[in-house]
Design a protein around this ligand. Structure first.
Ligand code: 6YU
Length: 476
């Protein structure tokens, strides 16, 4: 009855759905989700290119193991494939094809460096200004050591291949350059065991499965929230007012906010009334949020080996280890680091598809181009790399996360100068501790509020559950 608190969840991405799911299962039946767009899933968005499944947002379960809530959910809902992905690697340099053996020394060196970043985890100070500084300095030093007895061409190749991996790392971090990434913050991210895998039929199946356990009318679509009025001093001290774009105000005892960090960075000043406390604002500024986009490309025939899963684009003239492009208008496509090979979703998917990965300002610029312009640049790139002028894409599909008004980018990263405290501040509810006011008026969930699984779907799920649990234990 009336004793059951009313909870409004803002955003119907996976963190909002996870929070609502847990609350409803615990008997909180007065839960409502307000979603700005006409669909659920947010940054989980399964599209199609021809007959192939093309993930516009998240693709993989990073580290599928027992500790990963997304792996467990997908398994329990029967959404896993029989076998996992990523067995083979093949790379190419201009028109000269590289073998897996050519790439293995650089991949080995890269893995070593990545493992070494965990040593910075509890450090107050490091000799490194950024992840880029560490990777470049140490990469150069170790490459020189390894190549002592090798010829100049081998040494050059190692460095150019290393640069492709740096650009790939920019994509993993949704960063423009690794110079923007904090080494300590990066070391805090927790890698889970297991080879990345995909979800059968597409990632959206996970969102749909969770939603199917909930009352059908729990989500209100096309309902953007404009402002959250908390700490009401006048009449109703125990309610928060959520003001929608059309002016309507919905009152609740608690609001769980799941809007992306990119959206908060842009709109915080008008989104909270009164404004956020200074330390919370500080952390919203300090943490990074950048763009990673994909370009799906469909071909008539595969031009890569049947056992190939990933193609590195290695340029001969990139031994300077510059992980970003200086002339973006002319050479934006050089930021694309890799293609991953799409596994055909079913037998009707006869045309092979590659997924190109591109991040940073280069990928934001790409979003302003027409499909034809992107296709032309891609065709040229493929001609350069394969030496085959007859290869042309059948069609392409570009993601545009930077210009998505409800996301304003792709996902968060530990920007240079952020601290563990900033990661912790993100999840702190309002009003903050020590206040005499009604507690837990506004709670914060979403990918960017997870201190060590940020930037992932499992981080988003865990954050939604965390905030639901916070309310559940408050009432028990
Ligand atoms: C993962 C992966 N993956 C690729 C790309 C992207 C992301 N991620 P949501 O945004 O979903 O929900 C918010 C909702 O709020 C949304 O529906 C809005 O419409 C709504 N909203 C906004 N404003 C509103 C308003 N005013 N009113 C009402 N509603 C409003 N994660 O696990 N595997 O392969 C990838 C990838 C291109 C864009 C990804 C991946 C990130 C996830 O997609 C993302 O975290 C969650 O879906 C977010 O859910 P949410 O609920 O929080 O927000 C060592 C090291 C360290 C570096 N990290 C390495 C890890 C690599 C991370 N990589 C990911 C890369 C890929 C490939």
């Amino acid at each position: 009855g009336n004793m059951v608190p009313r909870v409004v969840v803002v955003g119907c991405g996976i963190s909002g759905v996870a929070a609502a799911h847990r609350l409803v299962k615990a008997g909180f039946h007065r839960v409502q989700i307000l979603e700005a767009t006409g669909r659920s899933g947010g940054r989980i968005h399964t599209g199609r290119l021809g007959n192939n499944v093309a993930e516009i947002g998240a693709s993989y379960i990073h580290g599928p193991c027992e500790e990963n809530p997304v792996f467990c959910l997908a398994r329990d809902y029967g959404l896993l494939h029989q076998e996992s992905r990523f067995n083979f690697i093949f790379s190419s340099i201009s028109s000269q094809r590289l073998s897996s053996e050519d790439m293995s020394p650089v991949l080995e060196m890269y893995d070593e460096l990545m493992n070494d970043t965990s040593q910075f985890k509890n450090k107050k100070e490091t000799p490194w200004a950024s992840l880029g500084h560490f990777m470049r300095s140490e990469g150069r030093r170790r490459a020189a050591e390894r190549c002592k007895e090798k010829d100049a061409t081998t040494r050059q190749l190692l460095l150019c291949a290393f640069n492709a991996l740096l650009k790939d790392e920019c994509s993993s971090n949704a960063a423009h350059t690794l110079d923007e990434i904090d080494v300590v913050g990066f070391g805090i991210y927790k890698n889970l065991r297991g080879l990345d895998c995909t979800i059968r039929g597409g990632y959206e199946g996970l969102v749909k499965s969770l939603l199917s356990d909930l009352p059908a009318d729990i989500v209100t679509y096309n309902r953007p929230v404009r402002c959250v009025h908390w700490n009401n001093t006048e009449n109703s001290r125990d309610t928060v007012n959520v003001e929608c774009d059309d002016g309507e105000k919905i009152s609740a005892n608690h609001v769980i906010l799941t809007v992306p960090l990119g959206y908060l960075k842009k709109h915080h000043s008008s989104f909270f009334c009164p404004p956020l406390p200074a330390h919370k604002l500080h952390s919203i500024h300090k943490l990074g949020f950048g763009t990673c986009n994909k370009i799906y490309v469909e071909f008539d025939q595969p031009w890569w080996d049947a056992d190939c899963d990933k193609i590195y684009l290695v340029w001969r003239d990139e031994e300077d280890l510059l992980d970003h492009v200086s002339d973006i208008r002319k050479s934006w496509i050089r930021k694309m680091s890799t293609f991953t090979v799409l596994k055909p979703s079913d037998r009707s998917a006869i045309h092979p598809v590659l997924c190109g990965w591109i991040s940073g300002h280069e990928s934001e610029y790409m979003e302003t181009l027409s499909d034809l312009e992107v296709r032309n640049s891609l065709t040229e790139l493929i001609h350069t790399f394969t030496g085959n002028p007859r290869l042309t894409p059948r069609r392409i599909l570009c993601t545009k996360w930077f210009h998505n008004p409800w996301t304003c980018g792709s996902y968060s990263h530990p920007a240079k100068g952020c601290s563990e405290q900033d990661l912790e501040n993100m999840m702190e509810p309002l009003p903050t501790n020590g206040s005499h006011l009604q507690p837990l008026q506004v709670l914060f969930a979403g990918e960017a509020t997870h201190p060590y699984f940020y930037s992932t779907v499992h981080g988003a799920v865990a954050s939604g559950w965390r905030e639901a649990d916070r309310l559940i234990s408050h009432y028990s």
